[in-house]
Design a protein around this ligand. Structure first.
Ligand code: NAD
Length: 259
């Protein structure tokens, strides 16, 4: 399917690996020029070079922590005229409700709620001025059904979801859509780290930990960054202009919901 966005320009935050990279690659395959960001320059430059050569698109890179005010300023400067924004950053650590202090909440809110809001505030006016824009926020399945050990993530991402619900209706008259993509378990470094923790805790191999977890998902497998990226690119396409303020769950059916 021709997504109809060839020649547009996108900022994809936290995109040297995992789900962010899946989104960047699917957009590059649709002919979209990129501003890519990640903390480490080496992996970022490597992936940027690969996407330039495989898809013949322009790719700029900004290596920085996207949750810091300085990092945000640098990324926003490079991405002033983008048509598409994909927000992403690492998730907060797991723990117990009784562990977390105010500072832990502030850090999680900064990374997973206020950072995407800062990018939207900076870049929505340019999109609205052009009468066309797409925003996709990578959040989590924990927004639909809480993951108790991820209380910081549950809290911060639900705050972002509430913000998007209202804001998406305010910008839609200007041809700009905002939607959220909610990953369940996907095969990325983060999933490897979680499986590594289970393997150490239970004294089983990482492959066994992965097989146990995959058995809890109706598809009996993890999602892939490529599948995730393809859905993101569709939401950024010309065909998705009537999809506004939605939370799209990509979890292989593992969140047990009727609607
Ligand atoms: P990942 O660890 O595989 O990739 C992380 C990428 O983000 C890397 O490129 C890294 O450099 C970059 N990054 C992380 N923090 C950053 C920061 N502060 N500034 C700039 N770049 C940063 O992670 P992933 O699995 O792709 O997950 C992406 C998001 O989706 C995370 O917020 C994660 O919590 C959430 N999520 C993932 C899953 C899953 O199964 N993978 C499930 C639910 C939610």
């Amino acid at each position: 399917m021709d997504l109809g966005i060839k020649g547009k320009r996108a900022l994809v935050c936290a995109s040297s690996k995992g789900l962010g990279l899946g989104c960047a690659e699917a957009l590059a395959a649709a002919g979209v020029g990129l501003v890519m960001n990640a903390r480490g320059a080496e992996a970022l430059e490597g992936e940027a070079a690969r996407l330039r050569s495989e898809y013949s698109v322009d790719v700029q890179t900004v290596a920085c922590d996207v949750t810091s005010p300085e990092g945000q300023a640098r990324v926003i400067e490079a991405a002033q005229d983008v048509d598409i924004l994909v927000t992403n950053a690492g998730g907060p650590p797991p723990g117990m409700w009784s562990d977390w202090e105010r500072d832990d909440f502030i850090k999680a809110l900064d990374a997973n709620m206020l950072t995407p809001i800062a990018f939207m505030k900076a870049l929505l006016p340019g999109m609205m001025g052009k009468g066309w824009g797409r925003v996709v926020n990578i959040t989590s399945q924990s927004v639909r059904a809480p993951i108790p050990v991820l209380g910081l993530s549950n809290a911060a991402r639900t705050g972002l979801t509430g913000y998007v619900a209202g804001t998406s209706r305010q910008v839609a008259p200007h041809g700009v859509t905002i939607n959220n993509l909610l990953p369940g378990i996907h095969a990325t470094d983060r999933a490897d780290a979680l499986d590594g923790g289970v393997s150490a805790q239970k004294g089983i191999t990482i492959d066994q930990a992965r097989a146990e977890r995959a058995a809890t998902i109706p598809t009996r497998r993890y999602g892939t960054p490529q599948e995730f990226g393809a859905t993101c690119a569709f939401l950024c396409s010309q065909h998705a202009g009537f999809i506004v303020g939605q939370n799209i769950l990509l979890d292989g059916g593992s969140t047990n919901l009727t609607m």
